[in-house]
Write a protein that binds this ligand. Sequence first.
Ligand code: ZN
Length: 482
Amino acid sequence: MLKLIGGSLLILAAVIVVRTIMHSPPPSADVMLVNLNIDAKKAAQHLSESITFKTVSNQSQADKNDAEFTGFIQWVKDTYPSVNSKLELIMFNQTMLYKWQGSDQSLKPILVTGHYDVVPVIPGSEDKWEHPPYEGKIVDGVIWGRGALDDKSGVIGILEATTFLIAEGFSPTRTIYLSFGHDEEIGGPEGAGAVTAYLQENEIQLAWSLDEGSFLFDGMFPGVENLIAAINVAEKGSVTLDIVATAAGGHSSMPPKNNAIGVLAKAINKLEENPVPGGLQGLSATMFDSISRYFDFPMRMLFANRWLFDGVIDSQLSRVTFANAMLRTTTATTMLSGSIKTNVLPIEAIATVNFRVHPRDTPESVKAYVEGIVADEQITVRTRGGRSASKVSSWEADGFNQIARSLREVYGDVAVTPGLMIAGSDSRHYGKVADNAYRFNPFELTQENLAGFHGTNEKMKVEDFIMGIKAYIQIMRRGSDS
Ligand SMILES: [Zn+2]
């Protein structure tokens, strides 16, 4: 009997090891690296100049400095004269839409887009910046300032790439649209929203769009040497619920055992203990399947043998906030309210909870789940508002493959995988007029740079910026050629 068990264990171990060995990266892509000659100094100078326009999107429109936006638009026209003469420009408020007419009008156009508005610098945090946020200083090969990552590098990268292609005498087969949004950071209603309405009115359906999203991750996954390009094919939705606890109220000198705040606290606790169910399926499964092939042996072993280790993987990933957000609808209690006076018991205590909705759920299904978890006669759940996740674009379509190929032609052997965007972007508009909406910036990103997003010390290496321009050149060339 012991012999039999020993034999079975041996077979099991062999199966696990063989599966792990087979769970390896795909063979190096058979692509030639392109040789593109970019004037790095000039391109970096342009990104630097663009940062000096304080095109800040504040929550309140009253704080908007219009002159900075019109100044930026004029600067684009002056700095990129060939783009401006070769392409047709249509303005939507302060969002610029360029059309580069293709030779074959039977083909659906593509859209390459970015936004030039930026988030404000938190008042009082200016002195935490190593170089001022709106001067675009270039120091030791690094461009500093608000927008260096999000997303003036995208906008200027696209403009540099277009200028390069025009100078080379390239003319697209498929029509290329370029758009540069002015209000992405406040939802994009007057920019991307207006462009989308225009395309709808003119019955223009795009083959695909490429907007900001994730990056080429460099060293973000421990033990992984390759760059990982997670091209986001969907973005999460968002729903905000008020969890309301009611009680009798009265004077705080004679409190009942359970007051509204205590009831509410229990409800919040239940929500934290019972995250919305998720796991490795569909998009998340594909993503982790491709990335895990680059992991070290023990981690690869887990992912190669999901039939055995799914439970372990799920609990491990759920502990990493970033990975957890990929697997499920997340739960975040953000606001609380109770009584209005120190000695008055609340008759109502409210917790506001924001859920970021995974494509597998809907705002309605999240509410139903929450109602089940917090069920109590003193509790009601009210919806403040929300939106569903976007549809999931195909990672087998031509557009995805063209973008992936372009990245390999510039960066060599990168791991390309579909990804899920956990924040929002203008693509929530463009996705309505595109067969597939992709969300990806073709720049390298390290853990260190990540902190600059909407934070302090936003910056980009000149070297990385130039590589991104090359990627945009290839993406536009490949994307419009077939
Ligand atoms: Zn952005």
